[in-house]
Each structure stands twice: as structure tokens, then as C-alpha cells.
Design a protein around this ligand. Structure first.
Ligand code: FE2
Ligand code: FE2
Length: 330
């Protein structure tokens, strides 16, 4: 069992879900006919860097593990929720291109703040969209009977009011289940970062207007990245999920399963016990170490599911099924 200092169990119950998969949320919508999507967020790929709370030396390995899971589970589609690269350099994009090409199709990618900018390989969200076959944002993809809509929340794409641009004609089939994906958090910052991180740097601009526009467009669920932290909540009538980073503590990805009962969001580990302890130790050395340590001590992961709206538990959602001890290399 993983413990706070990474040395073993403390007899007080798991500080992190210890079976490899945990149910983060059971929402009552969207509902559909059995569709599963794998969501990777903040892989921050780099072929050369090491260390930091993002564990740069693990980024390629974690991404490849998620890809292998997605193939094994025969998912209906895959999503990358931004910050594909460490800092948007050419060699990071070349690694990203190779790894993205291994993800099961259909794929939907949105840009993160680390991916685009004037000193980077790609200057705009539009260039990111074209690189990954989307043309422009908002970009829609059909996955099973779900409509996925990718939005660009990076600064260049926001209008003067700061709301994320939405399609003039709505998003896909408004009568069907619809999930939006955007890099920056839409809802207020969750525990343990509420009050400790500045919302101006960690939340998309004008969240109220963006949320209301998404709800009016028929979106049921919004998936966000950027925080490198798993959480689930509701905001202005929308269901909202924050995805973990692929390699930051706790390293993992999300499985989003939609069926007739609603949407079940599972957090799947991408690390064994040693890898989890390593990620925690790197995190403690950086500014987010204190809030993360507080969350672990308060057994944050024991609060799952954070939203539980389904009358009957959904036992048909696929499981990542990885034991903590299965991964040997950290
Ligand atoms: Fe990130
Ligand atoms: Fe980010």
C-alpha cells in the first residue's frame, strides 16, 4: 500500500486507491448506448528532460501505457486534453506526433498553454488543430454515439470577453449526448488548490459565459486538464471532470463510459507503487507539494466518487484493471 512517505502502509487505509482503478464520478448524464472514451491530459511529452513535478523522464512511458490500455480495452475513441508537449519545441512535437499516431482512432486533441505561442513550434491553436487533422476549433468528433467537441482555451482563441469560441450553429447533434473538452478548468479550483493557486492562471477566462454557452449548445459534460489533478463537480448546470496528468502525481488517465444509466468516469493508474511514490516525492519538492501533501493526508482519494448521481451503480464500465504491482519500471 502506498503511504505518504512512500515507504509502506500505515494501517489507516489507502491514501490512494490501491486497485489501479477508482470511480471518480457517476453522473446521471449524458446517457447513451454504451460508448467508452479514454482521456489523456497533460502528457507534457519530452524526449530528453528529466525531473520536476511533471516527471519529464516518465512522460513517454506513461503515454505509451495509456495507449496500450486504450487498445486493450478497444475504446471507441481517444482524447488528449492539452499540454501535449513540455514546452512546444520541435523535438517535443516530433515525439508527440509519433505517439499520437499510435492512439486508437477517432482522436480528438485540444491545445494547452504549453503547446502554442510565439516562441514555440506552433504559434496558434489553429496551427495545432491543423497538425492533428481538425482544421480549426471548435472541432467535433463522433465516438460511438457520443459527440465530442474540442475547444481552444489558450489566450489567442478567446474573444474580447474571454469566453471560449463556440460554433455558431451549436455543437453536433444537440439532441444526442455531447461532451466538450477544453484544456483550462471551467469550474472553480477544487481541493486542495482552492485558495492556494491563482484562478487567473489556472481557470479559463469568463467561465460563466462559457459554461452557459456550452449548456445552451446541448453539452452535458465538460472535461478539462491543466491542473494535473483528478476531480469531479457540477458548475452552472454542467457536469465537470478534471483529468489527472499522465505522469504528474497521481499519474493516470480517465475512462469515460456512457450508457443508459448515465456517465461513469474512472481514474486509471499509470504507475505502480514505486512509480506512485516517485511521483509524490517529486511533487513535494515543488510549490504544489504542500497542498498535495494536505490532500493525501486528508485521504482525498477516499472521497471518490466525488459525484454519485446514478440511482444504481454502473457495473458495466470497463476497468483499467492494472494492479499497482504490475508495473515494474517505476
Ligand atoms: Fe499541464
Ligand atoms: Fe496547462
Amino acid at each position: 500500500m502506498f503511504s505518504e512517505d512512500g515507504t509502506g502502509g500505515d494501517g489507516g487505509g489507502p491514501l490512494f486507491p490501491d486497485n489501479g482503478t477508482a470511480t471518480l464520478a457517476r453522473f446521471d448524464r449524458p446517457r447513451g448506448s454504451g460508448t467508452t472514451v479514454a482521456v489523456l491530459a497533460d502528457p507534457h511529452l519530452t524526449p530528453t528532460a528529466r525531473g520536476s513535478a511533471t516527471l519529464y523522464h516518465r512522460t513517454k512511458q506513461r503515454f505509451q501505457m495509456a495507449v496500450a490500455d486504450a487498445h486493450r480495452l478497444d475504446v471507441d475513441g481517444t482524447v488528449v486534453a492539452g499540454d501535449l508537449t513540455k514546452d512546444g519545441s520541435g523535438h517535443e512535437y516530433r515525439l508527440g506526433d509519433t505517439l499520437v499516431g499510435t492512439l486508437p482512432e477517432p482522436r480528438l486533441l485540444v491545445p494547452g498553454n504549453h503547446d502554442i505561442g510565439p516562441a514555440r513550434e506552433l504559434e496558434t491553436g489553429g496551427a495545432f488543430a491543423r497538425r492533428y487533422g481538425h482544421g480549426s476549433y471548435p472541432a467535433t468528433k463522433q465516438m460511438g454515439n457520443l459527440t465530442l467537441c474540442g475547444l481552444d482555451s489558450t489566450e489567442e482563441a478567446t474573444d474580447r470577453g474571454g469566453a471560449v469560441a463556440l460554433p455558431a450553429g451549436g455543437i453536433g447533434d444537440a439532441s444526442g449526448p455531447c461532451i466538450a473538452v477544453v484544456h483550462h478548468p471551467l469550474a472553480g479550483l477544487p481541493e486542495p488548490f482552492d485558495g492556494t493557486l491563482p484562478e487567473s492562471a489556472h481557470r479559463l477566462q469568463n467561465p460563466e459565459a462559457t459554461a452557459d454557452a456550452l449548456a445552451a449548445a446541448g453539452v452535458d459534460l465538460v472535461i478539462t486538464g491543466h491542473l494535473h489533478w483528478p476531480f469531479a463537480t457540477t458548475y452552472r448546470g454542467l457536469n465537470v471532470v478534471g483529468a489527472p496528468g499522465c505522469s504528474a502525481f497521481p499519474p493516470g488517465y480517465l475512462l469515460v463510459h456512457v450508457d443508459s444509466r448515465g456517465t461513469t468516469v474512472s481514474l486509471v493508474s499509470l504507475a505502480g507503487e514505486r512509480g506512485l511514490a516517485e511521483a509524490y516525492e517529486y511533487t513535494l519538492e515543488e510549490t504544489r507539494g504542500d497542498p498535495v501533501q494536505s490532500a493525501v493526508r486528508d485521504r482525498y482519494f477516499g472521497t471518490f466518487p466525488q459525484v454519485d448521481e446514478q440511482a444504481v451503480g454502473n457495473d458495466t464500465a470497463p476497468s483499467g484493471g492494472r494492479s499497482w504491482s504490475a508495473e515494474q519500471s517505476g
